[in-house]
Design a protein around this ligand. Structure first.
Ligand code: LLP
Length: 432
């Protein structure tokens, strides 16, 4: 556990958070390197070392920076990117092209060209149009692309509607209708520029049951069999996506990777042996579970307002601009006054952000010690989809990120400056 309380202060991976806030300013994202490494090693032990022909591609949308990509490379994982920007970050971090998987429901021609020219390992094709573009791009360049088709497996998952992706009515994936999916598969098999590897699904995020992964895997496996029967073609790879839930609040029960992966692998191996099929390579794409619990965010407390008989609002120097998740998904977080970490809770307050938006409430009704202006509030489990979804709304600056490890801190993202905020703006001649 990287969380420690000492001398009334919260320590994170050996670093005193009060000192971090003083040195680097607030808001500040603090990522524990040891927690990320531990997650990667869990995946190594429970999946990569345990089964032949499997891979883990870190879904970098959860937290995508050059330093994080280096860390992922050092830990031996592959990388999933979903845009030109994420791919560019990987390229600038010198991440090996062949270990990159490129997802996305609307990749542009420019993004596809970038991916093909860099030589990414897999392109996960999400639409009929996309395949045609890939073929044209490869023909022009006399090259080939390794592809999977992302299918919509038609399973409903138990999570917030906004982060469900496998249901039939979804913008993601290719519909199972044979007239669409099988026509594409037939074309992929027949096209020399295309190395058709297999199928991909991702059913949703923050999941705590393995049932829906198993249902979706069954859909994919049935397709493997059908493709074999129909086209005499052997599917070489299945990608079962990510979605493994992380712990946000005290008392949240996290499921182990083995809880998801053991039955998935058993189902896959059984199905293949029952049907005389070669077991395809199995890839998973976890994002959140690798980084969520590694991260905390430090905010300085500013104005405190009591609405008598109603509620006490404690405002911080950030909020929805560095963590949109409460506002967008009603996500709940735990926190602590980092400079009063040993003090008893005496009141229930609501932590409010500083954006001009009523939904900018970071934590509703949290029990804290007596809070004063100038105190430091730490929110736990902000490592996934915090920094990566940060915005400049109200022209607030994107905070810095420090990576901490056994008492050492290194800046991996510098705080944005006002100058950078305006770097692309200009006043046209007509307004001067
Ligand atoms: N693979 C694909 C194709 C995905 O779309 C996603 C997430 C993942 C993998 C990784 O899923 P994870 O292991 O992180 O659950 N912003 C939302 C989460 C959106 C997830 C989108 N796709 C949130 O903050 O809850």
């Amino acid at each position: 556990m990287v969380k420690k309380i000492k001398n009334n202060h919260l320590f994170w991976d050996g670093c005193d958070t009060v000192e971090l806030a003083e040195k680097y300013g607030t808001p500040l994202y603090v990522m524990s390197k040891n927690t990320i490494v531990e997650e990667c090693r869990q995946l190594q032990a429970t999946f990569i070392q345990k089964y032949d022909n499997v891979r883990v591609a870190y879904a970098s949308k959860a937290f995508n920076t050059m330093a994080m990509i280096k860390l992922i490379e050092n830990e031996g994982l592959c990388l999933d990117v979903v845009s030109g920007g994420e791919l560019y970050t990987a390229i600038m971090a010198n991440y090996p092209a062949e270990k990159i998987e490129f997802n996305g429901n609307n990749k542009s021609i420019e993004e596809l060209v970038m991916a093909i020219e860099y030589g990414v390992g897999r392109i996960i094709v999400d639409s009929v149009q996309e395949l045609q573009w890939i073929i044209e791009i490869c023909r022009e360049r006399k090259t080939t692309a390794n592809i999977l088709f992302r299918i919509t497996p038609e399973v409903e998952v138990a999570t917030h509607d906004f982060i469900s992706t496998g249901q039939k009515d979804s913008k993601f994936g290719i519909p199972l209708e044979e007239s669409i999916l099988f026509a594409l598969i037939e074309q992929a098999i027949a096209t020399p520029e295309i190395n058709f590897y297999g199928l991909h699904f991702h059913i949703g995020s923050q999941l705590f049951t393995n049932e829906t992964h198993l249902l979706a895997a069954q859909v994919a496996l049935d397709l493997v069999k059908k493709i074999h029967e129909r086209f005499d073609y052997t599917i070489r790879e299945l990608n079962y996506g990510g979605g493994f839930g992380a712990r946000y609040k005290e008392g949240d029960e996290r499921k182990s990777y083995a809880y998801f992966l053991e039955p998935l692998m058993a189902l896959t191996e059984q199905f293949c042996s029952d049907n005389d099929l070669v077991r395809p390579a199995i890839v998973i794409e976890p994002g959140r579970s690798i980084v969520a619990e590694a991260g905390i965010t430090l905010h300085r407390i500013g104005s405190i307002k009591e609405v008598p008989g109603v509620r006490k609002y404690v405002a911080i120097d950030g909020g929805m601009t560095d963590n949109i998740r409460p506002g967008l998904y009603e996500a709940e977080y735990d926190g602590i006054v980092a400079n009063k970490a040993e003090e008893e809770a005496v009141e229930i307050v609501t932590i409010a952000g500083k954006a001009c938006e009523s939904t900018d409430i970071l934590v509703k009704d949290i029990a804290l010690p007596a809070v004063e202006t100038g105190d430091l509030f730490a929110t736990f489990s902000t490592g996934a989809y915090g920094y990566s979804m940060a915005s400049n709304y109200n022209k607030l600056l994107i905070p810095a990120v420090v990576l901490v490890s056994a008492g050492e801190a290194e800046v991996i993202v510098k705080r944005q400056t006002y100058e950078q905020l305006l770097q692309n703006e200009q006043i046209p001649e007509s307004l001067r």
